[in-house]
Design a protein around this ligand. Structure first.
Ligand code: KG4
Ligand code: ZN
Length: 344
């Protein structure tokens, strides 16, 4: 068929991802993660990430091509995350993509990281419903986007809201640390919560009537994190054991409650019938169930790519690049800059 064959490179955070897609078909998704090198610092260290990308880049490109059964010169285009993300980390991916595109004489497509979290769903569930409402929740971002054209053409991707402080995944990681659970904490909280009950009523950020006037679809998680810290400290002072599973379940409920409430409200407000969840936190079991429940009550469908496609990867970049080729978008110049604060 004439679907485009695209290689995509992602280096916005701590994952060196190289993916190969043929239209909506995933051929390879090679990922090298430096997450273990960051674990002892309790968070991603930019310098460590940049160096790890540099070391992993060539072997990961080779591994992706080998898995896809192609020679790198077979591709129709090279796509790369140009932002937003860690400046030094992005730079490594952009430099590698330019080198490949220039040396192979192929078009280069710089893509937006957030939009690629949306486009990746095509690899799992086929053509994207547009417009759709995307809830992107990870360690680095938490936003609600209205996606009418995932390539961003004609203001096709519009942010409706975002976190005003911590990202949802960041809150999971910080609370996990407080509870003595390993980094990254999200999966550990998810697991612990299954053994616990929702017994503590933690605050829901930006949901008061007054906050909703200015921040209808925005999130805030730093107050919640502080409330959990105070609660745990008080428990420790009293000499009683901290009920880790109950704290995890109650904290998780507070996060998922606000995330899903605002996303479903935003979709209903926009008359949109499909919600797509992306980013590492999309793997959360409670988030998924609660979102489906609340969306179904309003006749809204929910799509969530499998966990491996929700976390940062190269396939998502290739997926969006392929869409840009298919829709005839203009390639980027070979001067494409890395832009750590690239807006959608
Ligand atoms: O998308 P991602 O791999 O990287 C970026 O941050 O961009 O997301 C990682 C985040 C981490 O904060 C991690 O704790 C969180 O996703 N996460 C989860 C779960 N699995 C991963 N959070 C809640 N529940 C999970 N099951
Ligand atoms: Zn991401």
């Amino acid at each position: 068929t004439d679907a485009p064959l695209v290689l995509g490179i992602e280096t916005s955070c701590d994952e060196t991802g190289v993916g190969v897609v043929h239209g909506h078909t995933l051929l390879a998704d090679a990922v090298a993660s430096s997450v273990e090198e960051h674990a002892r610092f309790g968070g991603v260290v930019p310098e460590v990430a940049s160096r790890a990308h540099l070391e992993a880049m060539v072997p990961t490109v080779e591994r992706a091509c080998e898995t896809a059964g192609i020679a790198v010169g077979d591709v129709d285009a090279i796509a790369v995350t140009s932002g937003p993300g860690l400046a030094g980390a992005l730079l490594v991916g952009v430099a590698a993509a330019k080198a490949l595109a220039l040396s192979l004489g192929k078009p280069l497509y710089g893509v937006n990281h957030l939009a690629s979290h949306v486009a990746v769903d095509q690899l799992e569930h086929g053509a994207l419903p547009e417009p759709c409402l995307a809830m992107l929740v990870s360690g680095g971002h938490s936003s609600i986007l209205r996606v009418a054209d995932v390539t961003g053409a004609d203001d096709g991707v519009v942010p409706l809201g975002a976190t005003i402080d911590d990202a949802a995944g960041e809150a999971f990681d910080k609370v996990a640390r407080l509870l003595g659970l390993p980094f990254p904490g999200g999966p550990h909280i998810d697991r612990a919560a299954r053994e616990g009950s929702i017994t503590i009523d933690f605050p829901r950020g930006l949901t008061s009537r007054r906050d909703l006037e200015r921040h209808r679809f925005d999130y805030s998680f730093s107050g919640l994190k502080t409330a959990v810290a105070r609660w745990v400290e008080a428990r420790e002072r009293s000499g009683e054991p901290v009920p880790v599973a109950d704290v995890a379940a109650s904290f998780q409920e507070a996060v998922c409650d606000v995330l899903t409430r605002k996303a479903v409200d935003a979709a209903a407000d926009q008359g949109i019938e499909d919600i797509l969840i992306g980013g590492g936190v999309a793997a959360n079991s409670r988030l998924r169930v609660l979102c489906e429940e609340r969306a179904a009550a309003k006749g809204i469908r929910v799509r969530v790519p499998r966990p491996g496609l929700c976390t940062d990867n190269g396939a998502m970049v290739a997926a969006l690049g392929a869409e840009m080729v298919a829709r005839g978008r203009t390639p980027s110049s070979y001067d494409l800059p890395a832009d750590s604060s690239l807006p959608v």
